[in-house]
Design a protein around this ligand. Structure first.
Ligand SMILES: [Fe+2]
Length: 187
């Protein structure tokens, strides 16, 4: 499948939002593929679907156009935290259920049902945790890049990612470290 064909159904390729989304998504794809390649060297017995990682990384933030975040040109009405769920709904309707799960499971270090309820997040109460190895590596790679126009190309150091996740609580940082250990065991 061609992820750009899907993106172009929902985004104007001449828009500022599309530019941010595609640069961000390509950087996340590159990072995810690098992490996956190193993982495969350590785990030669495990199959990792690199073609799928490249496609799904390009689509992981597809839902942002329906959300409200003016600083990154998102002019929709939904809360930003819903962008993963929105992406899932769109990709399921597009006949891409496996890519759809990457959208739904990439936010933060995943979100648990307990957190949805306790933090009163505007999401149906269930788990949104990365399960497949491809879902996990995209979730982790995404944390290295911002969509802020002034920091788009900059890879965040681990310490900066940790500091920004800390405000969401120890469960979130704990899950991040689990992902980090899986793909960056020495870091
Ligand atoms: Fe992202």
């Amino acid at each position: 499948m061609n992820p750009f064909a899907v993106l172009h159904k929902y985004y104007d390729p001449a828009s500022e939002l599309y530019r941010l989304l595609v640069i961000h998504s390509l950087l996340v794809a590159k990072k995810a593929l690098d992490l996956a390649a190193a993982y495969e060297v350590r785990h030669p017995e495990e199959a990792v679907d690199r073609e799928f990682i490249a496609e799904a990384a390009l689509l992981h933030d597809l839902g942002i156009f329906r959300c409200r975040k003016p600083e990154i040109f998102c002019a929709g009405g939904e809360p930003y935290v819903s962008h993963g769920l929105i992406g899932r709904e769109i990709l399921e309707a597009e006949g891409l259920p496996r890519h759809a799960l990457v959208c739904e499971r990439h936010t933060g270090a995943g979100i648990t049902e307990e957190e949805v309820l306790r933090k009163r997040l505007p999401l149906p109460a269930r788990d949104y945790l990365p399960v497949a190895i491809e879902e996990k590596v995209i979730c982790l790679a995404d944390k290295f890049y911002s969509k802020s126009p002034d920091r788009l190309f900059r890879e965040k150091p681990l310490e900066e990612i940790r500091a920004s996740l800390a405000r969401w609580g120890p469960e979130v940082t704990g899950r991040f470290e689990e992902l980090r250990r899986l793909f960056l065991p020495g870091a």
